[in-house]
Design a protein around this ligand. Structure first.
Ligand code: BGC
Length: 766
């Protein structure tokens, strides 16, 4: 018996001894963070706390009132590391702090897709790409759960905006759902089996996620084999009995007697089978037993070690976006004067707001860390440049110019103030506050050596991009971000992070710009699968900085792409190998990326899609071979007609490189697959019978019902003009017939072609 099934067996035994009231009581929380216990049967309770990038064990209703904990970089920063091992270590550290605080379940990771760069919680989410988000999330879950603490993968599903978040209906087709919005969950569940999944607030195609059997039962449990329990997002429950029926185990926070009574009434009225109730209680209790068994009483976490890890991770999360004339790194022992400009240098923005807000155990700032690293404050000047809301003034700009002029290099700290980015609302624009842009303009006018360090959780526009020599995307890099920025600026750490989301030139260039965020409780996902780089590629639109992009203080060269075969069957796997070499003078790490492109897709597909990545560490001059294995799913699209993943036979390009827009290696493989045969129904069009291997036999008969003798052939008695008119009429009739559903032929034949005849044909073409 697997370990999990032992907990299930124990839970089943106890559930069989419970009253209806006890069972219903367990399915709603005891207050905000704990489950109920059943003393009579020795059933304990567990404590849940946010996550995702630091423990937020609440001490009261105020979000800021929580235990001190290590604040790691938020998800958009973490994901920019493209480093699964490091993220696994972060997960393990988070779990150790959870253990130290008697928390059994961490409410994270958040892995929703960044449908729009304006999404208010994008700072808390990994990526615009499902594979990247999924693999990083699986590593995070393995890290946390490896230390005996559960995770709650959130927010399931299609939760991509904050506007009207409690009620908004995400309306999208199944292909978009399967190709974009579900795979990160699928990868996390099939690879890492989180102990719980948190269902989202929103509806999906008209049905609340908290009572959605398609999501909670068919996909999550039956298709992906999820074993844990589903918890509602805090306040996501509507019709509790429907939720139980669909597979929502736990309502959070607790609703006292309100929903308990509703469950009992539904069972008594015969609307909710007690057997179903039992199943839902069993999967919750199995995790409760597992969690309690892994509890480490009296455990203490090493917060110094975690601060050091936070600094290391932050260093791998900060992206070098521009570095003209190799202005960076700054010389440590040199004499050059440096002006640090912008209040964020001393009072950093290092995390987002809302349920993920951590009470940091320590806090570093770039100003003090740079003074420490560069050896003394005499080289370093400072001007605040703006207030904490991002507002500047003539006087603040003058002070900044003065400092910049007196220095050899100016470093401007800018980004988004707290009020611009938070859980609970979406951003109105991708622009930074006017005061920040004005400050960068003012400094760059007087100081040619200007570096911009950004602190923001999601994409921004940069109207000044051409006017500064260097740009660091510093994200919201947590409590040790100040030290990490200093490490990167001085070259102590070589930048190796890359964008996990595209930065557009203008707000209106963004995918879903015309539809986001919907209105009147409806969000139409009209752009379909085209979000992130898939959109910019398809529209042939140049982004400000593309997905996958990031510079280093060294350079890398790619070579020797070889495929295991020139042609494969869709049941085979394909090995891909290539070499990557550090061609510069310092050690560095490169996030290598592999994309697949279908040459002639039958449906509108992205130009290319990320299918594999890894991070490679290389000493100067060192070369390593990287290998990936691709499988059928990497070539597939989700066929809406057949509701199945499908490989269309044909040629696929394998593209490899260091950014979605710079892929120097390319090879093709031909994939053989059975041609997808659609199922013919009475609604199928006549032309679909013509194109169907079995249906084509019946095509002349079906078409003939209307065409009759229309195709009468050439009649020498007709004038050329009459002949042309006849052919034109014949062509129009044929177009008309081809686009006609088969069942309509019954009416057109005035009953000569009968329902029975159609059914006979349909029976023969299956
Ligand atoms: C958020 C969740 C969070 C929960 C508990 C909700 O408002 O959407 O992400 O885990 O609150 O704080």
């Amino acid at each position: 018996m697997s370990q999990h099934s032992q907990y299930v067996a124990k839970a089943q035994t106890l559930v069989s001894q419970m009253t209806l009231e006890e069972k219903a009581r367990l399915l709603s929380g005891n207050g905000s963070w704990t489950t109920h216990q059943v003393e009579r049967l020795g059933i304990p309770s567990i404590f849940m706390a946010d996550g995702p990038h630091g423990l937020r064990k609440a001490l009261g209703p105020n979000t800021a009132d929580s235990v001190p904990a290590t604040c790691f970089p938020t998800a958009s920063a973490l994901a920019s590391s493209w480093n699964t091992e490091l993220i696994q270590q972060v997960g393990a550290a988070l779990a150790r702090e959870a253990q130290a605080n008697d928390v059994q379940l961490l409410l994270g990771p958040g892995i929703n897709m960044k449908r729009s760069p304006l999404g208010g919680r994008n700072f808390e989410y990994f990526s615009e790409d499902p594979l990247l988000a999924g693999q990083l999330s699986a590593a995070y879950i393995q890290g946390v759960q490896g230390e005996g603490v559960g995770t709650s993968l959130k927010h399931f599903a299609v939760n991509n905006q904050e506007f009207e978040r409690m009620v908004s209906d995400s309306i999208l087709d199944e292909r978009t759902m399967r190709e974009i919005y579900l795979p990160a969950f699928e990868i996390s569940i099939t690879q890492a089996q989180p102990w719980s999944v948190m269902c989202a607030y929103n509806k999906v195609n008209g049905v609340y996620a908290s009572e959605n059997p398609f999501l909670l039962e068919d996909i999550l449990r039956k298709e992906w084999g999820f074993e844990g329990f589903v918890v509602s997002d805090w306040g996501a429950v509507h019709d509790r009995a429907k939720g139980v029926q669909a597979g929502l185990n736990l309502e959070m926070p607790g609703s006292g007697e309100v929903n308990r009574k509703k469950i009992i009434e539904a069972v008594n009225a015969g609307e909710l089978p007690e057997k179903r109730l039992d199943e839902v209680v069993v999967s919750l209790l199995a995790v409760v037993f597992k969690a309690v068994e892994h509890r480490r009483t009296g455990f203490r976490a090493d917060l110094d070690q975690h601060h050091a890890l936070a600094r290391q991770v932050a260093g791998e999360s900060i992206i070098l976006l521009k570095n003209e004339d190799q202005l960076l790194p700054l010389e440590v022992g040199g004499k050059k004067k440096i002006a640090l400009i912008g209040a964020f240098a001393k009072e950093p923005r290092f995390q987002g707001a809302g349920s993920s807000q951590v009470n940091p155990a320590r806090l570093s700032n770039a100003h003090d860390e740079l003074v420490a690293l560069l050896g003394g404050s005499e080289r370093i000047g400072y001007a605040s440049g703006y207030d904490l809301e991002g507002v500047t003034s003539a006087q603040l700009l003058d002070e900044a110019r003065q400092q910049a002029k007196n220095a050899d290099v100016a470093i401007v700290f800018a980004g988004l103030p707290d009020s611009h980015e938070s859980e609970g609302f979406d951003r109105a624009t991708l622009d930074m506050p006017e005061g920040h842009n004005q400050l960068i303009e003012a400094v760059s006018q007087v100081q040619p050596n200007t570096v911009v360090v950004l602190m923001n959780g999601s994409a921004i526009t940069m109207p000044w991009v051409a006017k500064v020599k260097a740009i660091l995307e510093g994200w919201l890099t947590g409590q040790a971000g100040g030290g990490a920025i200093a490490d990167i600026l001085t070259g102590k750490v070589n930048p190796s992070a890359k964008l996990q989301e595209t930065f557009p030139v203008r707000t209106e260039d963004a995918p879903s710009a015309l539809e986001f965020p919907g209105l009147n409780q409806r969000a139409y996902y009209g752009e379909g699968v085209f979000i992130g780089y898939r959109y910019y590629d398809k529209k042939n639109l140049a982004p400000l900085f593309p997905f996958g992009f990031g510079l280093s203080y060294t350079t890398f060269a790619y070579s020797g792409l070889t495929l295991g075969a020139a042609s494969i069957r869709d049941t085979d796997s394909l090995t891909v190998q290539f070499k990557v070499k550090n061609t510069g003078k310092v050690a560095g790490k490169e996030a290598v990326q592999l994309y697949v492109r279908e040459d002639k897709p039958v449906v509108s597909r992205p130009e290319k899609e990320l299918k594999a990545f890894t991070k490679v560490a290389l000493q100067p001059g060192e070369e390593k071979t990287v290998s990936f294995t691709l499988k059928a799913r990497d070539f597939s699209y989700f066929d809406l007609g057949r509701r199945q993943w499908t490989v269309q036979p044909g040629r696929f390009d394998i593209l490899v490189g260091g950014s979605s827009r710079e892929l120097p290696l390319r090879q093709s493989v031909s994939v053989e697959a059975p041609v997808a045969v659609p199922v013919l129904t009475r609604e199928s069009l006549v032309k679909e019978f013509r194109d169907h291997p079995k249906g084509k036999e019946f095509y002349p008969r079906l078409a003939g019902i209307i065409m009759g003798g229309a195709a009468a052939g050439t009649d020498p008695k007709r004038t050329p003009q009459e002949e042309r008119a006849r052919k034109k009429a014949e062509m129009s009739t044929l177009v008309f017939v081809h686009d006609m559903p088969a069942y309509k032929l019954i009416n057109f034949s005035e009953g000569k072609f009968t329902e029975q005849m159609l059914n006979d044909i349909l029976a023969q073409v299956q």
